[in-house]
Design a protein around this ligand. Structure first.
Ligand code: PEP
Length: 250
């Protein structure tokens, strides 16, 4: 039985004061311990959030990491730096990083290697763009992202992997994939995991849907058998909205 996992992605929003207000309010609201949750925040808030969420069960994630352990890479953040802030999760391969920073499946693979070797749980994002969906190429695109990013890993490496299926055309657009479309892709992803890593990983890996998830559509998405949670952008910025998503089963 996979425990639901709902993570927020703040992207490049919130200054220090906003992060503090959110943490104070959300810590009081979060009661649904039947759902795992995490806030994936900008680097500058990670240490503060770990401290603020102490004892609440709320986990903290980063949104990116560099693929090398250290070196002359001005402006970058290493896995060791994340580890020293006790970060629990890290989003990898978000479509905004692929689109604006040219991240490839090979970069994603190397970043996951850094994370799993250092005990930080990856949330790997995959998903097709609108043109690919309109050409009915979505399964091919996601299949390739999966196989190229996860090649060479063992079952033990990927025991704490989460996959977020995020169709790019649904991110921040207010357009959600239908629950059936999302479920269909999550089933494909689980099948690929089975083929690459076997039944244990396929059955135990949590697959999230992401793309305009709101309090009003989460219930239908979570009712799908292959969807184990959500990666939430915009609606994770407001404590009440994010908590209402987490309380989808109430
Ligand atoms: C995201 O940032 O991963 C995301 C899905 O954003 P939104 O919920 O705003 O569509």
């Amino acid at each position: 039985m996979r425990k639901p996992f709902i993570a927020g992605n703040w992207k490049m929003f919130k200054n220090k004061g906003d992060a503090k207000r959110f943490a104070e309010e959300f810590s009081k609201l979060y009661q649904n311990k039947a759902v795992d949750t995490a806030i994936c925040a900008p680097f500058v808030h990670l240490e503060y959030l770990k401290e603020a969420f102490k004892g609440t069960g709320i986990k903290v994630g980063a949104q990116n990491v560099h693929h090398m352990p250290e070196g002359a890479y001005t402006g970058e953040i290493s896995v060791g730096m994340l580890k020293s802030c006790n970060v629990d999760y890290c989003i990898i391969g978000h479509s905004e990083r692929r689109q604006y920073f040219g991240e490839t499946n090979e970069d994603v693979r190397q970043k996951i290697r850094q994370l799993v070797d250092n005990g930080i749980k990856p949330i790997m994002c995959v998903g097709e763009n609108l043109e690919e969906r309109e050409k009915d190429m979505q399964f091919q695109v996601v299949g390739r992202q999966m196989s190229e990013s996860l090649v060479g890993f063992t079952i033990s490496d990927l025991k704490d992997l989460t996959i977020a299926y995020e169709p790019i055309w649904a991110i921040g657009t207010g357009k959600t994939a239908t629950a059936e479309q999302a479920n269909e892709m999550c089933a494909l992803i689980r099948g690929i995991l089975d083929g690459m890593l076997g039944e244990y990983i396929a059955e135990n890996t949590r697959i999230q849907y992401g793309g305009s998830v709101k309090p009003g559509n989460i219930k239908e998405l979570m009712a799908q058998p292959e969807i184990d949670g959500a990666l939430v952008g915009g609606a994770s910025l407001i404590p009440e909205d994010f908590n209402n998503i987490i309380e989808f089963d109430k």
